[in-house]
Ligand binder design. Structure first.
Ligand code: 5CA
Length: 452
């Protein structure tokens, strides 16, 4: 099965995202998918909260007058904006945009809040839906027109140096986030022609999907003073002079969920990192005639021992165990506990690891082994994902090799950095996208890939 087919199939069968909503690029997070989303974004929320960011909530609608204030920004988004033009049957005096991202609404408010240098830094974020009329092929959770989960952080500082430091901090936060969910990445500085509209420069995280194509999974932008000048965010410096604020912003979307699914899954279905799994453990009692009570009591006993520490489900439905196994394997539950009459006699339980397909018998009261196994699963998943990612990185020395490698081996090609070849002509020549300038094993390279 090719990746794209596998991916659509899994979203549906594992109950993650329903694409049958009658608007292109929109869909419905189903309960199981929503839980994965919740646990994933809790990690990011926690990382941001612990580094002095504060969560806020801004309006969805942006007046045309605000959206058009920064020239580059509107030029970049012009063709992607959804407009609200009417209130009932009355045409609005000022058209309202559905936010494609919230720089313009947030920075209008920064202008209200900032007068002197001591009013900064401000580091805020929100997790909201944004709208982009994407013209490229839409894909669930990958290229949405309603981006259901858009975590955008926006900061403003009184010095250029502080903004630069903030960019570094954001990169560290994103590294921790992707490391925590076991999604490998290459970090690069996007070329001038591909930076975020209105940014001084853009640093991007790209991962590689199983079909060998690269996908941008997060970006950090240094906005310099482009927006603060357009929005007149002036402040008084310590020496009594006037200056404009220095800004940064950084975003991560539903692509984080798509990456978890795509990168860790296998032919049986999802494999979820325990940290984001709706159920980290499922207990399946193996019921035999005459032993029903014995087995169920033991299953409940184990469930009670685990339930305060883990997200655990006791699957006591009246179904064949084999059917339950298949279902929870498809849904990617990292660890399964099987309890049968024989195990009980020997004071054992059987545990099954979804990531390696291994079965192991442990003492029924050895709950430390469960904790250890869940940790091992996480570590193994990370290692495996990085190994596969590294195999997809090819270093070349000659431009002529790039096209063929991207067609045959796919992944990301690195060529030693050289100003002369770093331009859009190279993209045309190799029929691929320049991700940007990247540092890999102590050397600067140009990273090139076929992308989503
Ligand atoms: N305001 C900035 C930072 S919050 C911003 O909008 N940056 S962005 O355009 O690069 O978007 C942030 C991230 O959202 C991207 O790196 C990409 O991973 C993700 N993204 C962008 N467009 C879509 C889309 N149509 N569907 C899903 N995810 C998207």
């Amino acid at each position: 099965m090719d990746f794209s087919e596998w991916y659509s199939n899994i979203l549906e069968r594992a109950g993650i995202f329903d694409v049958r909503y009658p608007i292109k690029g929109c869909g419905v997070y189903l309960p199981y998918g929503f839980k994965i989303r919740k646990y994933t974004f809790e990690i990011l929320r926690d990382l941001l909260d612990r580094t002095g960011h504060e969560e806020t909530l801004f309006p969805l609608l942006i007046p045309e007058t605000l959206l058009k204030k920064e020239g580059e920004h509107i030029k970049g988004f012009e063709e992607e904006v959804y407009w609200v033009t009417h209130g009932g049957s009355k045409e609005l005096d000022v058209k309202l945009a559905l936010r494609p991202t919230s720089e313009t609404s947030i920075y209008y408010m920064f202008k209200q809040w900032i007068k002197v240098h001591t009013d900064m830094p401000i580091k805020i974020y929100q997790i909201v839906n944004t709208f982009r009329y994407e013209t490229k092929h839409t894909r669930p959770l990958i290229r949405l027109r309603e981006i259901m989960t858009f975590k955008e952080a926006h900061t403003i500082h009184s010095t250029e140096e502080d903004a630069e430091k903030q960019v570094r901090e954001a990169i560290e936060i994103y590294k921790k986030f992707f490391d925590t969910i076991g999604v490998p990445y290459l970090i690069s500085t996007r070329p001038e022609w591909d930076k975020f509209p209105g940014a001084k420069y853009t640093v991007a995280f790209d991962t590689i999907f199983p079909d060998g194509r690269a996908i941008q999974i997060g970006t950090v932008h240094n906005l310099g003073q482009h927006f603060s000048k357009a929005f007149d965010i002036v402040f008084e410096t310590p020496t009594g002079d006037k200056d404009y604020g220095y800004q940064t912003c950084y975003g991560i979307s539903d692509r984080a969920i798509a990456s978890i699914i795509a990168i860790h899954g296998d032919e049986k279905g999802l494999i979820l990192p325990p940290i984001v799994a709706p159920y980290q453990i499922v207990i399946v009692p193996l019921i035999f005639k005459g032993k029903e009570e014995l087995v169920m009591d033991k299953a409940k006993e184990i469930y009670n021992k685990l339930k305060d520490k883990y997200r655990v489900l006791l699957d006591d439905r009246d179904l064949r165990p084999g059917k339950k196994f298949n279902e929870w394997e498809l849904k990617g539950v990292p660890l399964r506990i099987e309890i049968g009459p024989k195990d009980i006699e020997n004071k054992k339980i059987t545990i099954y690891r979804r990531d390696t397909n291994e079965k192991l018998q442990i003492d029924e009261d050895n709950l430390e082994e469960i904790e250890k196994t869940l940790n091992n699963i996480m570590e193994y998943m990370k290692e495996k994902a990085w190994k596969k990612f590294d195999e997809y990185i090819t270093i070349v020395n000659n431009v002529n090799e790039i096209k063929e490698i991207l067609e045959k081996r796919k992944g990301i090609v690195l060529i030693p950095f050289n100003e002369e070849i770093y331009n859009e002509d190279l993209e045309e020549k190799v029929e691929a996208t320049i991700l940007g300038k990247t540092r890999y094993k102590d050397r600067d390279y140009i990273a090139i890939a076929k992308t989503y």
